[in-house]
Ligand binder design. Structure first.
Ligand SMILES: C[S@@+](CC[C@H](N)C(=O)[O-])C[C@H]1O[C@@H](n2cnc3c(N)ncnc32)[C@H](O)[C@@H]1O
Length: 329
């Protein structure tokens, strides 16, 4: 059976499914899902790049941030959510050997991580630990969670469902929500993200949550008329989530205001929210770039070009944001 056959038979049995369920199946079905294939989605051979893929400096600077967070603690554990290929973990651990846990739902990704991290002391976990002193962090984790597609139609909020012909149908909301949508406007709403913030807050005894992702604050998020869902295949953006089913990544911008609001309710208030550019500049990326520019050999200059992408405003520098939330003192 293929993913498409599986989806059709599911929809035949239950009727049209909410888009969030479609996204969940397409990305994470344990047999047919996009993230279940052993083909690597991240990197030159895959569909998209992440910051850790561009250059090890990203992980090395993050390690510096974790070192400053760990000051004064006897033991400080890192928990990475959705570790992809494992490159970020490797770059961080090459810099400093923190106790390191990975929570990764895809078995195929765990395989890749085990291979890349075989020389390091990393443990894979099924659930967040209790009474943690440390930092739970992620890069491009929240944007990969399934979203609900919600539209205002005739003054009423409707949820989008997917039919057996892979067409969108407006239906009743699965759960009551209120959103500031104009007539005809669509939003891609990540309800799971809020649940993750509650889980993270409950896991931490003392420490931090750090999330790096692309996204907006509330006003900009709801200024998008058609939502923010986007698909990526072989480094090309594709707007249609029903094209190349199971062979393209699907993501949506993070609404960081949601994460911050939920954090306040869960006693995990925001300590800092800034662009990736400012975050990396504070950690000293410009000095490292200067060293490469001074060296001026071909390899250094090539690295410099890749590193620039991490901080350029039109590139990852401003589209990506860094949220730091803190529990306890
Ligand atoms: C876009 S990739 C980011 C990979 C990596 N952090 C990087 O920067 O290259 C998203 C990762 O999150 C994982 N993931 C998605 N949902 C998850 C969940 N609910 N629990 C754990 N891992 C999850 C995916 O399998 C994948 O490894």
């Amino acid at each position: 059976m293929s993913l498409i056959e599986h989806l059709r038979s599911k929809i035949q049995q239950s009727g049209p499914i909410p888009f969030s369920e479609y996204m969940e199946e397409v990305l994470y079905h344990p047999r047919f899902g996009y993230y279940s294939s052993l083909r690597l989605p991240i990197g030159a051979e895959g569909d998209y790049y992440t910051s850790s893929d561009l250059d090890p400096i990203f992980g090395k600077l993050l390690a510096k941030k974790f070192e400053s967070m760990a000051e004064g603690s006897d033991s400080f554990t890192l928990v990475e959510l959705g570790a992809g290929k494992g490159s970020l973990a490797r770059h961080i651990l090459e810099e400093r050997r923190f106790p390191y846990l990975i929570l990764e739902r895809s078995a195929a990704m765990r395989e890749h991580q085990r291979e890349l991290l075989k020389d390091f002391d990393v443990r894979w976990i099924e659930d967040l630990p209790r009474k943690l002193t440390g930092c739970i962090f992620s890069n491009e984790f929240f944007d990969a969670l399934p979203v609900h597609r919600i539209r205002r139609r005739d003054g009423v909020l409707k949820e989008l469902y997917v039919s057996g012909e892979f067409e969108e149908i407006e239906g009743d909301l699965r759960q009551p929500i209120e959103l500031p949508l104009k007539e005809g406007q669509t939003a891609d709403v990540n309800l799971e993200a809020r649940a993750w913030i509650r889980r993270i807050a409950a896991s931490l005894d003392r420490g931090y949550h750090l999330a790096i992702d692309y996204g907006y604050l509330h006003d900009e998020f709801y200024a998008q008329p058609h939502g923010t869902l986007m698909c990526y295949r072989r480094h090309q953006a594709e707007e249609n989530p029903y094209a190349h089913i199971g062979e393209q990544d699907m993501t949506a911008h993070v609404n960081f205001s949601d994460l911050m609001d939920e954090g306040i309710r869960a006693e995990l208030p925001t300590e800092n929210f800034q662009t990736q550019m400012n975050f990396l500049i504070e950690l000293g990326i410009l000095d490292r770039m200067q060293q490469l520019a001074t060296a001026a050999d071909a390899a250094s200059l090539q690295r410099l070009l890749r590193i620039k992408k991490l901080i350029l405003p039109g590139n990852m520098g401003e589209r990506f944001k860094v949220l730091v939330q803190r529990k306890g003192t």
